[in-house]
Design a protein around this ligand. Structure first.
Ligand code: GAR
Length: 212
């Protein structure tokens, strides 16, 4: 059974998609053992509690400097000892020491087709504002492994979504969530839990599900 810790900062709709997929059997061999947030007011924490999952707050604001936070975050992850850390709208940069301790065991969901509209300062609604500003006709979502860079680790899966002429950042964000994020993240977790994802020479390879 894959032990998953989910890190969140806000609404937690991706967390909810994962919990629902575990409940209805679209994700097998996995359980969410804890939810960690930098934001005590995150609705995601309520979603975790409703599911009887420990909800932990760990914020850089509660530490004198970033390196003390980084140390505390890494120690907490080592104590929780997950097989996989999922960043589901977690808007804090994961410390390099955590990345080193969980090599190829941290995944992030980003609401664009990486390498478009990603990197430092490009998160949440801002991603969709930039996509609309640029006038792209297709956007989407990406799940990737996390390395020391920002949105730079090996891509695991992507799903494209159409941009409509009358889209606002909000309508586009909603469509990307519904059509891509809430589908892709549960699929990737299921693939990892069932040993279908491999990293070779910095690239991700996926074994297809056996056809019945
Ligand atoms: C999601 O769209 C996620 O892809 C994005 O934040 C949102 C969180 O929503 N993450 C990033 O932009 C990371 N760079 P949620 O809390 O409802 O899942």
């Amino acid at each position: 059974m894959l032990k998953v810790v989910v890190c969140v900062s806000g609404g937690g709709t991706n967390l909810q998609a994962v919990l629902d997929a575990i409940d209805d059997g679209r994700i097998t061999n996995a359980q969410v053992t804890a939810v960690v947030s930098n934001n005590a007011g995150a609705m995601a924490l309520e979603r975790a509690k409703k599911h009887g999952i420990p909800a932990i707050v760990l914020s850089p604001r509660d530490y004198p400097d970033r390196s003390s936070f980084n140390g505390a975050f890494t120690r907490k992850m080592l104590e929780l000892n997950p097989d996989l850390i999922v960043l589901a709208g977690f808007l804090v940069k994961v410390p390099a020491e955590t990345v080193a301790a969980f090599d190829n065991r941290i995944v992030n969901i980003h609401p664009s087709l990486i390498p478009s509209f990603c990197g430092v300062g490009c998160y949440g609604l801002k991603v969709h504002e930039k996509a609309l500003e640029r006038g792209v006709k297709i956007t989407g979502a990406t799940v990737h492994f996390v390395n020391e860079g920002m949105d730079e680790g090996p891509v695991i899966a992507q799903k494209a979504v159409e941009v409509r002429q009358d889209d606002t950042p909000e309508t586009l964000q909603r469509r990307v969530m519904e059509q891509a994020e809430w589908v892709l993240l549960p699929q990737v977790i299921d693939d990892i839990a069932n040993n279908r994802i491999f990293v070779e020479n910095g690239k991700v390879r996926k074994e297809e599900k056996e056809k019945i």
